[in-house]
Ligand binder design. Structure first.
Ligand SMILES: [Zn+2]
Length: 291
C-alpha cells in the first residue's frame, strides 16, 4: 500500500493507516434516509458501511517532536466484536504504517487523542502474554481534553459501549497523561479546536503554516458525506450542537481555504471545501501528498 506524506513549513505530515472496519450505515447518518446515504456510501448485506481508521503523524522541525493523532482500534477484540465490526488490516496497521515512513512506536513523543472512543485510542495498547492490556508507546505523553477524560471515566449508558476499560485503564495508570483545557497550542502552527456535539471535549488538531491549513476532522466530519449540515451521526450525544459546530467551523475553515483530513472515509483522504448556494460544501478530493 502506498501511504502519503507532505512537507509544509516546519511540519512533515504522514498518513497512518491503522485498519478498516464497518459500522451500521443508519447509525452513521442519523436522520438521513437510506436511499440518500447509500448513494454516497454503499452498504453491505448487514447494512454496514466500510470505514477507514486513518491517523495522522506530524513531525515538527521546530521542536523535534513526533505527534501521532489517534491510533485506530488496535487488535484486542473478542471474536464477537470482530464479527460485528469486521476489523480488517489488509491495507496495513499502526506498526506497518509507521515502519513504511521510517518510524516505530518508540519514536512517538506525543499521542494526541481527538477522543477516547475505541476506534480512536484502541491502538495505544495490546495484550501481553498474560492477557493484560499494555501500552505499546514507551516514550510518549498522551493528550486528551480534561472534560473528555472526565466523561470517559463516568460515561452515560448510551456512550458506555464506546469506552473500553482495556483502552482507558492503562492510560490512567501510566503517569503519562496530560490534559488540555479548551483551545490548546502545542507549538506555533499546531493547535487543537474543541467541539462537544459528538462527545464532550472532542479536540480537532489543526496545522496552520503560511497560507496552509489542514484540519484533522475526527468525528465532527468523519466522511466527505458528513460535510452537509444535517448529515450528523446517530452516535452523537448532542446532534444539534454538532450541527451548530459544523456550520461555524466550516465557514471559518472555508475562509482559510483549509483542507480537511478525513479519519473515517474509506475513499477520500483529504478534501477541500467550497461555497455552495447556501452552505459550505465538500470540494475536490486529494491524497495528502497532492495538497
Ligand atoms: Zn467517536
Amino acid at each position: 500500500m502506498k501511504l502519503s506524506s507532505v512537507k509544509k513549513g516546519p511540519f512533515t505530515l504522514y498518513t497512518i493507516a491503522t485498519g478498516r472496519f464497518r459500522l451500521d450505515g443508519g447509525a452513521m447518518f442519523g436522520v438521513i434516509p437510506k436511499p440518500m446515504w447509500s448513494r454516497e456510501i454503499e452498504a453491505d448485506s448487514d447494512n454496514r458501511i466500510l470505514m477507514a481508521m486513518r491517523c495522522l503523524l506530524i513531525h515538527s522541525e521546530q521542536t523535534g517532536k513526533l505527534y501521532l493523532i489517534d491510533n485506530g482500534a488496535g487488535n484486542k477484540f473478542s471474536d464477537k466484536l470482530s464479527a460485528i465490526y469486521d476489523f480488517n488490516y489488509d491495507e496495513g496497521n499502526l506498526h506497518s504504517s509507521l515502519n513504511y515512513h521510517g518510524f516505530s512506536v518508540d519514536d512517538i513523543t506525543d499521542v494526541v487523542f481527538t477522543h477516547l472512543h475505541f476506534d480512536h485510542c484502541g491502538g495505544s495498547t495490546a495484550f501481553n502474554e498474560n492477557n493484560e492490556a499494555e501500552l505499546i508507546f514507551k516514550n510518549a505523553r498522551f493528550w486528551v481534553q480534561a472534560t473528555h477524560w472526565a466523561s470517559a471515566n463516568s460515561p452515560n449508558a448510551r456512550e458506555r459501549a464506546s469506552f473500553f476499560k482495556e483502552n482507558i485503564d492503562p492510560l490512567r495508570t501510566s503517569g503519562r497523561m496530560s490534559f488540555t483545557k479548551g483551545k490548546h497550542e502545542f507549538e506555533p502552527g499546531f493547535y487543537v479546536e474543541v467541539v462537544n456535539g459528538h462527545t464532550t471535549g472532542q479536540q480537532l488538531p489543526v496545522i496552520e503554516t503560511g497560507d496552509f491549513t489542514l484540519v484533522f476532522a475526527g468525528d465532527l466530519i468523519p466522511t466527505k458525506a458528513h460535510v452537509s449540515l444535517p448529515w450528523v451521526m446517530g452516535y452523537d450525544m448532542k446532534p444539534v450542537d454538532t450541527l451548530q459546530e459544523k456550520q461555524l467551523l466550516l465557514d471559518k475553515w472555508l475562509h482559510h481555504n483549509a483542507f480537511l483530513f478525513l479519519e473515517h472515509d474509506a475513499v477520500n483522504e483529504v478534501i477541500a471545501l467550497k461555497q455552495g448556494k447556501k452552505y459550505v460544501e465538500a470540494g475536490e478530493t486529494f491524497s495528502l501528498h497532492e495538497i
